[in-house]
Design a protein around this ligand. Structure first.
Ligand code: BG6
Length: 447
């Protein structure tokens, strides 16, 4: 796709330097995109310095299509430069603090009113901070844009292994008959991080781990695991199936546990009486025919033992008297979808150990299906999809509202009583998270 102008608000921000410019420049150098111009906007960078930093990081070729403009998104007059872009399709990308989304959308919208251009708008997360604010943001977007022009980002959906869930499930017939409550005991999704809040207190202290990760990334991954196959690979059909899952998800307050790493409130910039959680674990159910009664356990947290993101599909244990015959109990079979740091899928089975006795305890082994092709950064995938108008990996209006709606009753009740247990830095989180799954006779896994 050529002849589009990419207008990046927050163009000098952290995300722009770490993800957006690296991905755009790579796609450009590979010849996958041919933008007319990439305009970075921010409040107070120096144009010459900005462009020379772009040249230094990404080379002359990419720098030659980059431009920079000082824009204060709260000032309508600063958006006048858009009028000079009238011959091109414009992609507006909001990589700015969430409290500026509304005013930026209004200002872009006002300028576009007299312009016939094709346009798209990309909204980074967080999309709202509760159901009501998400609805308000959707309504505002729809004042100026139609749904086909709106791209709500959840960058986890651009990750290689998350997309692989689709191929893995729908291209391998052996799984078709067993991907349900008759064979699957439970599903667990962990997104553990070893880093802390890293200077993002202003945002994080308001949101916390639940709204930062569970409500969006982890719930989205759960919908990929649980959805029915769509009738075709069409963005609307796929999102319709995800919506059906979201509509049948159920959670209760007693199945939520929150934690905070020791020392969080002592860090510079954090409110000393903060009640923000840096860890959250939940148990969800999906009340449909395929999943009725199968728990989905989700957990995430900061300053934990390692940076690991995994989905584990745990099958039921062997029934019968195996335990009596062998004197031990075979483990349940598992499919492990590794998302970070590797992008591998493993099938874990119990087999006879080499050279062991015939009637010996089986040994858990893993068969790995590591992809051989070089995987792309999530943002490369997502940016290419935006440019090519493929909305499959972006959240539709109803999806985003259902995902907030699912948890709204939890947020409403914990405003009154938010129970947050401290946990040790470098651990696997609070004891209550262990309890949440242990009381069901299960345990968390990381492979
Ligand atoms: C972001 C969250 O959406 O995802 C961060 O706001 C988190 O708090 C990050 O660290 C994790 O993403 P990734 O791709 O590094 O696993």
């Amino acid at each position: 796709m050529s002849d589009f102008v990419f207008v990046l608000f927050g163009g000098n921000g952290d995300l722009a330097w770490k993800k957006i410019h690296p991905s755009l420049s790579k796609l450009y150098k590979q010849g996958k995109i041919k933008p007319h111009k990439i305009i970075s906007c921010s409040r107070e960078a120096n144009k010459e310095e900005f462009l020379s930093k772009i040249r230094e990081h990404f080379g002359d070729q990419y720098a030659s299509i980059c431009d920079y403009i000082n824009v204060d998104v709260t000032k309508l007059a600063d958006f006048n430069f858009i009028k000079s872009l009238e011959k091109h399709e414009i992609i507006f990308y909001l990589s700015i603090p969430p409290n500026l989304f509304e005013i930026a959308i209004k200002n872009i919208g006002h300028i576009l009113l007299d312009m016939p251009n094709k346009r798209k708008i990309v909204v980074e997360k967080p999309f709202g901070y509760d159901l009501e604010s998400a609805k308000k943001l959707n309504n505002l977007l729809h004042t100026f844009f139609i749904e086909k022009e709106i791209y709500r980002i959840d960058h986890f959906l651009g990750k290689e292994s998350v997309q692989n869930i689709f191929s893995f499930r729908f291209a391998n017939y052996i799984f078709e008959g067993i991907w349900n409550k008759n064979f699957i005991d439970h599903v667990q999704i962990s997104a553990l991080e070893d880093i802390g809040v890293e200077g993002r207190y202003a945002y994080y202290d308001k949101f916390g781990a639940f709204k930062d990760m569970i409500q969006n990334h982890l719930t989205q991954m759960a919908t990929f695991v649980a959805m029915e196959p769509p009738c075709c690979m069409d963005a609307e059909e796929i999102r319709n199936e995800k919506v059906k899952v979201l509509r049948t998800m159920r959670i209760s307050l007693e199945d939520v546990t929150l934690g905070r790493y020791e020392g969080y409130t002592l860090e510079p910039g954090v409110n000393k009486s903060s009640k923000t959680e840096t860890f959250a674990a939940v148990k969800l159910y999906i009340d449909n025919l395929r999943w009725y009664g199968v728990p989905f356990y989700l957990r995430t947290g900061k300053k934990l033992k390692s940076k690991t993101t995994q989905i584990i599909i745990a099958f039921k244990r062997m029934p019968g008297s195996f335990e009596k015959i062998l004197g031990c109990c075979p483990k349940e079979n598992k499919i492990v979808i590794k998302i970070t740091p590797t992008t591998d899928i493993e099938l874990r089975l119990d087999v006879r150990a080499p050279n062991a006795d015939f009637l010996s305890c089986p040994l858990e082994v893993s068969m790995s299906m590591e992809g051989s092709r070089e995987s792309s950064e999530a943002y490369e995938t997502l940016l290419l999809d935006i440019i090519n108008s493929n909305q499959t990996l972006f959240l539709r209006e109803d999806e985003v509202e259902l995902a907030w709606g699912l948890y709204q009753s939890i947020f409403d009740s914990w405003e009154k009583k938010k129970d947050v247990e401290l946990y040790e830095v470098g651990s696997f989180g609070p004891k209550s998270a262990k309890e949440l799954i242990k009381k069901d006779g299960r345990q968390w896994y990381i492979f």
